[in-house]
Write a protein that binds this ligand. Sequence first.
Ligand code: HEM
Length: 409
Amino acid sequence: MNAEWTLNLLDPEFRRDPYPTLARLRAEDPVHRTRWGAWAVTRYDDVMQILRDKRMSRDMRNWSGFERKGTWKEHPELAHFASLYMMNTDPPNHGRLRGLMAHAFTPASVRAMRGVVESIADGLIAELRDGEPFELMSAFALPLPLAVIGRLFDFPYEDCPKLRRWSAAFAPFVEMTVTKAQKDEMRAAVQEFFGYLKYRIAAHRRNPGEGLVDRLLAVSAGADAGAGAEEKLSEDELLMNVAGMFFAGHETTANSIGNGLHALLRAPSELLRLRAHPEWVPNAVQEFLRFDGSSNIVIRVAMEGFELRGKPIAKGDVVMCMLGAANRDPAQFDDPDRLDVTRTGVQHATYGGGRHFCIGAQLANMELEVAFERLLKRFPRLEVDSLQVEWLDRVNLRGLNRFVMTGWG
Ligand code: HEM
């Protein structure tokens, strides 16, 4: 690989189709140093090794450039809340937070949500008018997971538009490149959203039920916490982790619907096969997640120096695990650039790996299964207006900003 060449995550062409560049990196420079000093790791085995490596931290405050770049200096309260979110923590704190959240977020409660997810999906599809073009993201892909996660937290359905607004402002929180204007907007959204959450939580305290918020309250120390409170969720931890889960569970799932349908419509033979065998949808969903997942990059910081494929990773260096690249690694998947809805046993990297493996994977899988079952059933013909496909201007998340469907009904 040309020594001058470096990966540019902001290149519009890379955003539109990152896979040729990722393939080149994976083959020629699998542990690649980018222009701003971070390492981009692209082979499946290396990505999984980094995600499972106990020497790697998820806490960006360990990054050697953290102070110098002043990442959150102007908003210390955002930095404070960010540090409480389980996704940004290391052991032992991570284990405590994840244990408390998982305790409230059981597989049985996810299974019990299926009927709710189906009725929300049906309701959204019923609003589409026969034969008229529609924009998939705003009409279906975004409102579905938003309403589902809202239901999980017992937020009233009519609050969805403002939740969506806060969520959009909050989205750059997980991005590596955040502008000052985005941070200001995020700060305002966080304040409003946390005010809303406090109000909702107070209502649950007055009137306890059996939902997720009630189960989280049962493991929370409350504002007037006394002895033994360190084992529980503090008030700020409760707020941040509810907010974090709300955001983590919404846009990733929406983008997976968009990316999956986009991939399927561009592979007509696979679309035909799936229509003929709707029972393959759960399998196909895993293939969609592999083929064009919505989580492009997850980051770690090295807590000590080591070598990876002969490259010197220093203490404090950022390592970007390029999940999309790992998912197309020919050493892991046969013919990886081909969408194959019958591919079985797909161990994709889209939900990450190691201790931070997505806690919502089961819920997301179920939502995606319902979404694809419903879309394929309701629309015997479905075509994409290729001129009206627009990718999001994002680095860590991959998804469509605009995705117009025509020729259906
Ligand atoms: C298709 C949809 C989804 C994708 C692609 C996705 C992807 C991911 C990835 C890659 C991670 C690991 C991050 C890291 O290692 O740094 C993660 C963690 C996480 N996800 Fe998801 N996710 C999805 C849906 C959800 C849903 C529905 C929820 C909640 C209801 C959720 C909540 C979380 C949380 C709280 C974490 C942090 C876990 C931890 O730090 O232990 N995600 N997700």
